[in-house]
Each structure stands twice: as C-alpha cells, then as structure tokens.
Design a protein around this ligand. Structure first.
Ligand code: PRX
Length: 646
C-alpha cells in the first residue's frame, strides 16, 4: 500500500498557497512500463523558505527563538541568530539575488564554509525559486568548475577564507581558479558574491540587527584577489537590500536544489530534489527520528555541503522550529575535548554524527568524554557508513553513558532523508543495525535474479514504492537516473547497497555493491580517482580499490602502471596524491599507492578489482582466478604490497 494518505495528513501541517488538486501521488517505478517519474502533490503551490521561516516567526511566534548557535573554528568565536533575524537576512539576500537577475529556475552555486551566511544563501535561493547547488568547501577548484558547468550556474557565492583546524583555506583563490576554468571552457559565470568571513572583524558589523552580530576573531592577513566586474562583497549588497521579500510560490514538484554525488562512471550526478516532497520528508523524519521537542538543542556535525547538512542542519530542524548548533570546526581542534565541551556549553540534547568521527575520538580514550557532564544528551545519531559494533558500543556506553538510545540512520543523498532507522526509545536496538524502515518506506531484499527474498536473507537492498523525499532526476540527464537506480531490477529503486535481514527482521547494511567507495562516510567512485591518476603524465593505467581503515572505515589503495621511461619513487607518490587533491579534493587522498607493472585482467581486458582488493589485504584466498589473462602479475603484486600508509 502506498502511503499517500499518511503523507496527506502530514501535508496539512504545512502552508500551501494553493492546495493539491490531486492526485496526491503519481509515479512509475517500472522501466518496462515507460518513463520513470515520481510526483507528490503536483499542482499544489508553496514555498519551503516561507514554511521554515515566515510561518515560524509569524504564526508560531518563534521570532525570538534561537535558530542557530554558531560556533566557529576557534573556541570563543561565536554568534547566534534568531528565527526573526534569519528571516530578515534571508529576505535581504533574496532581494540581492533578484537584483542580480536571478530568477525562478536559475542555478546558483554555493561554495562556503559552515557559517550563518551559508544557511542564509541557501534559503534565499529557495525563497525566490532558484536552485542552490552547494559544493562542499573541501572540494577542489576543478570539482567546483565541473559542477558549475554541469548545471550552468550563473552566480557563485563564496567566502574570503576560513580556518579548518589549524589550516588556512584561501577559498576565494580556489573559487577564482574555478571561475577561470569555467571561462576557458566557454562558460563565463556572471557574478561572484563574497562573504568577508575572516576579515569580518574589520567591518565592525553588528550595529544593525539585519547584519551578523560581531564575531570575535583574530584577523589574519589573507590576500584575496578581486575581479572587477564579477566580484561583489556580500556585506555591501546587504546594506542596500530591503528586508521584505515576497516568496516565489512554487509547484510542489518544482526543483528545490541540486546536490552532486559521486557516480560509478566517475562523473558526479546532480541529484535533484523538489520543493514539496522534500519538505514533508525531512521535517517528518527529523521530528520522529530525533524525537523532537520544542526545548531541544539539536546538533548535527555534518557539513551543509553534504546531504546530511542540507536535511538535518538546515531544512529539517528549521521546519520544526528547532534550535541547532552550527559548527565550523573539526572534532580535534584545538583538542579532542571540542565536541563534548560544545555539548555542555549549549546543553545539546540530540547529537548526530558519523562513525568516522566516533572511531577517531575513541582512539583518545574515555577521559576526554567523561570529564564533561553530557547530562543534557538524550539521543545520539549516526549516519554515513556502517558503524562497527565496537564504535557503536563506545558511543552508547561512554558518550551516552548507557542512557541515550542510538539512532543508526541509513539513507542516501538520493533518498533526501532517513530510510532505515530506529525510533529512539521505541525500537529495541542491535549494535550495527539500522533496524527497520521509517513510516511509509517499503524495503525489500532481492537476489541476483531480482526475486524478493523473505525472512532471513542477504542480497540487494531496494525500495518498492516512493516516499516523498526521493530524488526526481539527475540534473540534465534523466536517462542516467533511470539507468542508475531503476534498470537493474524493474519496479524497484535500487540503492547500490548490500543488506542482510536477520531472523528478527532487522536490516543490516553490508556496504556498497558497486564500484563506489565510502571513505569517512563520503562516497567516491573508483573511476573518478582512477581518471585523476591517469591524467598524470607518468601513469598509463590505474586501478583503485577500497581497503579497511581503522578510522576512515575504508581508505583508497591504488595500483598504478607507469608509462615507459618513468620510475616509481616517493616523489612520484607525492605528486600523484597532490594530483588527486587538486582534481577531486583532500577527502580522496589515497593512503596507499603501489607500483603495478601489470594488472590482473580478464581475457577481455577487464581489470579484476576483486583480486586487487585481496592483494591489498594480503589475502591469498583468491577464489576462481582461471579467467586471469596473465596470472604471473598476481604474485608480483603480492610480493610488492605497500605495508604502511604512505
Ligand atoms: O552505502 C550507504 C552509506 O552511505 C551511502 C550514501 O552515501 P551519501 O549519498 O553520501 O549519503 C550519506 C549520508 C546520508 C549509502 O548508500 N550509508 C549511509 N548511512 C549508512 C550507510 N551505511 C550503513 N549504515 C548507515 N547508517
């Protein structure tokens, strides 16, 4: 049974300019019956920004409630922003965007650290019906350029610079490089709006409520270049902007944003989410999965550059009128006390992070955690990759002092919000299991021939019916959407994950079953790393596999075959790492690079990654190798394995 009635009742809790003329849901999940489409509430009109801000301020009288406590990279650098202040700033920036010629349907790229203006920028886009395409500020200029071009963004919003721990990132420089590359490829971006973040103190901001309150910070000497005719200062534009702005009333099925995620071909996919369904889904999952109460202080540590930040830093909490922490820094700066001191400082009640952060902090023992009170904590969440039972138990026993339920939430950029998850206090937990489907979600486990498996089983995780938060298309490439998610098993949305169901009906995600890697909770495709490697003049061929890592979960192990005349050396390894950082970003930096004079291939020339994975782990149980064209390469690779992280 499709859950249209259930979602119909939930939709009544939101503001609709015009109601849904019906039908509430139309869809086709079966490629053999025609085009794949999903439409929730088509014909209804609304605005998500209006729902998460205006309604909270005017109808629910939450204007003076804090929307975000902002905690900067440096302890002591803080500010806070109420719902009313956020609404004013969003209206102002919406007017700025309109004045720059941005209209409904236009794409706006955002490349910023975790500062309040990032939230303002995305909500302003939503208010005027423009699509935001947020690119994580840890991505390289090349990645930014690729994403700007793919969705032809006419405007970029960025920041002068920021600190990530001790590291200064000159973001404007990277943005300039990206814009230069766009220009060279025949796509000139019209405008670049720059937030003065590190240079904020010198502005003396804070006199007007419509500007960010002052942030105490050291002001380093960051040199940024300025492109006359393209670059504009955020604060100058905001000074002139009016603080009222009529929202653009959008169809429930109009696109809200694009967010790129790695694709197995190597080219990132622009995942498109729509206004109405996404709003319902993130608001509802936030409410139930975190058992939201009005007095909560919620903290999701994810960066807004990822889907977790979109759904559970910005849209989900704001839709519920929640108070959240917005954190710019990292868990280990200035030391490993940071997260727990922030929990105590703001009396955080619900805390949501990734297994990689838990494993990282676990290494430093219990004391940095237990010396903090943490008495405010009620629910702990995890997301992004399978959590190993050891980390789960530490999270539960040490961080949560055995009092706090853990919600292990399985979902994807494509799903918009949680899919498999416990409900805190209600679902008996098993460490490492994402337990059961959320309301209205219908999972199934299929075997290789596409048959649904009942009871205890292991196979492909798929979903049988749409939920409101499902992506609607890949930007500019609907065929790729159909091929990636619907072709393998007609009638089902295919997650790309393996899954096991135990005798009690609990779901256990076993990891990706395609050529995707999950490094610290971030998906990368083997193909994108391989193509970055072969772009180096010394590399003829490359093969990348995932390798277990105690903190990252999985890390990259690369095999490279060199061109004639080149020799393998530590210098070359460094160059290759640099190449990957520049092409993709620091998250894709490999831990191991091995010289591979030959790669194990089938007779038809396909690289056997299964064998390479075993070689990387020194596991000689290779299974069937009868199809390997030249078995001698295997023993050579075994005897020249990388033994330590480079
Ligand atoms: O493999 C699954 C893993 O992360 C993938 C989705 O990655 P992304 O689109 O970047 O979104 C991450 C944040 C939602 C999934 O296909 N994954 C995510 N959450 C879990 C997980 N694996 C196991 N358990 C989880 N809780």
């Amino acid at each position: 049974m499709v859950s249209a009635e259930f979602w119909g009742d939930i939709a009544k809790e939101f503001y609709w300019k015009t109601p849904c003329p019906g039908p509430f849901l139309r869809y086709n999940f079966d490629v053999t019956k025609g085009k794949i489409f999903i439409e929730w509430m088509k014909g209804a009109s609304t605005n998500i920004c209006y729902n998460v801000l205006d309604r909270n301020v005017h109808e629910k009288k939450l204007g003076d409630k804090v929307a975000f406590y902002w905690e900067g990279n440096e302890p002591g650098e803080t500010t806070q922003i109420t719902y009313h202040e956020l609404l004013v700033q969003v209206c102002q920036f919406s007017n700025v965007l309109r004045k720059q010629g941005i209209q409904k349907g236009d794409r706006v790229a955002i490349y910023m650290p975790m500062i309040p203006e990032l939230v303002v920028a995305m909500l302003a886009c939503a208010r005027i019906g423009a699509l935001h395409s947020i690119v994580f500020a840890g991505f390289s200029s090349e990645s930014l350029c690729e994403r700007i071009l793919d969705s032809s963004c006419s405007l970029l919003i960025t920041t002068d610079a920021f600190y990530r721990g001790e590291k200064l990132v000159n973001l404007k420089e990277l943005a300039d490089e990206a814009l230069q590359k766009c220009q060279e490829k025949g796509f000139p971006v019209r405008r670049c709006i720059v937030v003065k973040h590190l240079g904020r103190a010198e502005l003396g901001m804070g006199d007007s409520p419509s500007q960010s309150p002052p942030i105490k910070r050291s002001c380093p000497d960051v040199q940024i270049s300025w492109n006359q005719g393209i670059d504009l200062w955020w604060h100058e534009l905001m000074q002139e902007a009016g603080d009222e702005c009529e929202p653009e009333w959008c169809d429930a099925e109009d696109p809200l944003f694009i967010l790129y995620t790695s694709g197995s071909t190597g080219k990132p996919k622009g995942v498109v989410h729509t206004v109405g369904g996404y709003m319902l889904y993130v608001a509802t999952t936030f409410k139930y999965v975190f058992d939201f109460h009005a007095e909560d202080v919620f903290w999701c540590t994810a960066d807004i550059g990822w889907i977790t930040g979109h759904s559970y830093v910005t849209y989900g909490p704001l839709a519920n009128g929640a108070t959240s922490v917005l954190f710019e820094g990292i868990p280990t700066y200035p030391d490993v006390n940071r997260l727990w001191s922030i929990v105590d400082k703001y009396k955080v009640t619900k805390f949501y992070t990734a297994p990689t952060a838990i494993r990282l902090l676990m290494k430093f023992g219990d004391e940095p955690v237990t010396k903090h009170s943490r008495a405010s904590l009620q629910v702990l969440g995890t997301v992004g990759e399978p959590i190993n039972p050891e980390a789960w138990l530490w999270y539960h026993q040490v961080v949560g002092a055995q009092r706090c339920p853990i919600v292990d939430t399985f979902w994807q950029t494509e799903t918009g919000g949680h899919m498999l998850t416990p409900l805190p206090g209600a679902t008996p937990m098993k460490p490492g299991s994402a337990t059961f489907p959320f309301f209205g979600v219908a999972p199934a486990i299929l075997n290789e021939s596409g048959e649904e498996l009942e009871g205890e089983a292991e196979g492909y995780l798929v979903f049988k019916q749409p939920w409101p938060g499902i992506m609607r298309t890949v930007y500019g490439n609907h065929e790729r959407f159909e091929t990636t998610y619907f072709k393998k098993f007609p009638g089902y949305y295919v997650t790309g994950d393996g899954c096991r169901r135990d005798q009690d009906g609990y779901y256990w995600i076993t990891g990706r079953i395609d050529d995707m890697l999950n490094v610290s909770g971030h998906l990368l495709s083997t193909a994108e790393v391989e193509s970055a490697l072969v772009e180096h003049e010394a590399v003829a061929e490359a093969a990348v596999v995932g390798h277990p890592h105690p903190v990252k979960g999985e890390c990259l192990y690369c095999f490279v075959t060199l061109c004639d005349g080149h020799t393998f050396s530590p210098k070359l390894t460094e160059e290759l790492k640099k190449q990957i950082r520049e092409k993709i970003g620091p998250i894709a930096t490999p831990d191991y690079i091995q010289n591979a004079p030959g790669l194990p291939k089938t007779r038809s020339g396909k690289i056997m990654r299964r064998v390479l994975r075993k070689i990387a782990q020194n596991d000689h149980d290779l299974g069937d190798t009868s199809t390997v064209a030249d078995p001698s390469v295997i023993s050579h690779l075994f005897s020249h394995r990388c033994l330590t992280i480079q």
